[in-house]
Write a protein that binds this ligand. Sequence first.
Ligand SMILES: [Zn+2]
Ligand SMILES: [Zn+2]
Length: 274
Amino acid sequence: MHPLFKNRIAALATMHAKEQIIAPILAEQLGMQVQVAAVNTDLFGTFTGEIERQGTQRHAARLKCEAAIRQTGYPIGLASEGSFGPHPTVPFVAANCEMVMLVDTQLGIEVCGEYFTTETNFSQKSVTSVEQALEFADNVGFPAHGLIVRTQPIVKGIRDYETLTHAVSKGLAASGAVWIETDMRAMHNPTRCKAIAAAVADLVARLSALCPQCSKPGFGKGKAIVGLPCSWCGLPTQQPKGYTLECPTCGYAEEVLSKEHQEADPAFCSFCNP
Ligand SMILES: [Zn+2]
Ligand SMILES: [Zn+2]
């Protein structure tokens, strides 16, 4: 139980049943209650692109938190925001970055839990037959995971074979090829729910650490510090030698240098291995 959050109520902006993931963790770890705020979160961007997300993932999460606070009058707002796409450094691998933000207007803090994973079924494909669509469905964990078929109009949240076959057949009759993709909304995607839960766990860990300078909760891991020296020539490489611990409220930061990793493989050295 957290002395600053125990018995308080947080307003969660969601239309996709995220309270089922978030509320039990915050109740157990912080003693905080979660109440769903009737915020139309689609206005801040949809995965299917009807509404483009404005600005960064963090910015979108902040707007949702503020809307939840406005809607309910509670001083604490909560929101989750996910992003999906190719892994930043590994080609042809899909990745998911989840963010869960808490804004507390009473304490004057904004704290963000994050989780990055390659465990995601995020994918899409153009199919020219029902058989191809069913094969795609099998590969992405359907029907436990939902699908989207981009026909006119778009069919979302497909969770049974009859609806899938019907939507694909209709699209094929109209144009000969149909775009099919995974539905990434939380209630249609148990794999994503696990990633959101991990981001909530990161948020709890951050809220449990107080800043040594301003004493507000949210002190946690920030950026990687690069410059691990090459084991042959000693010059700094782009490999991380540690990370910072940062306060999102006052900006205080500490450097934590890695004990295990003291030297970089010369393969990463731009002098020894150009
Ligand atoms: Zn601080
Ligand atoms: Zn070197």
